[in-house]
Design a protein. Structure first.
Length: 210
């Protein structure tokens, strides 16, 4: 199964991607993680991306998509994958289609803005491996420490309430139109926010009939 997870910042896309990855036996492809890996490994598109970043420029959509194409060509993606963090815009989605990146379903996790603001204030991030935790809903086994790589967890500046409000505004104007994009293609599934992570996972599985 080839999935895209949509939703506002803090909707739980990363957490659900990790859970579904384990349950379905398919990898999660996180844009940030594979970009860092491509740069670290010195791949041709990784070096191209690094050149933009060293100049303080945004990495163009076609370079990002090329890195994803390279990643999806690896054997562990043969049975499917979950895309987390891409596409963020309709132009990105269009480039993905042009590059032949197949998608079975786009799952949109629906969460009210006020819930997002409250939720993100408790979020903690591992700066090393990118794993996400929450002090209430998904705490690490050891307080303040990543259970995956034992790095010290941090609070991102992006999770400050004022920043969250600005990010939500950007999401609604730039990324949310992707729901209509995939609905037109008959590939959109919407899942309402649930009281727990497990309940949200169950609703996603129900929507996907898996």
């Amino acid at each position: 199964m080839r999935l895209i997870l949509l939703g506002a910042p803090g909707a739980g896309k990363g957490t659900q991607a990790e859970i579904l990855s384990r349950q379905l036996g398919i990898p999660t492809i996180s844009t940030g993680n594979i970009l860092r890996a491509a740069i670290r490994d010195g791949t041709p598109v990784g070096l191209k991306a690094k050149d933009y970043m060293d100049k303080g420029q945004l990495v163009p959509d076609d370079v990002i998509i090329d890195i994803i194409v390279d990643r999806l060509a690896k054997p562990d993606c043969a049975k499917g994958y979950i895309l987390d963090g891409v596409p963020r815009t309709i132009p990105q989605a269009e480039v993905m289609e042009e590059k032949g990146i197949a998608v079975d379903w786009a799952v949109s996790i629906e969460v009210e803005d006020d819930v997002i603001v409250k939720r993100m204030s408790g979020r903690r991030i591992c700066p090393n491996c990118g794993r996400t935790y929450h002090v209430d809903n998904n705490p690490p086994e050891k307080e303040g420490v990543c259970g995956e790589c034992e790095s010290e967890l941090i609070i991102r500046a992006d999770d400050e309430p004022e920043t969250v409000a600005a990010r939500l505004e950007t999401y609604h104007s730039v990324t949310e139109p992707l729901k209509a994009f995939y609905a037109e293609r008959g590939k959109l599934k919407t899942v309402e926010n649930q009281a727990s992570i497990d309940a949200t996972t169950a609703e996603i599985r129900k929507a996907l009939e898996i």
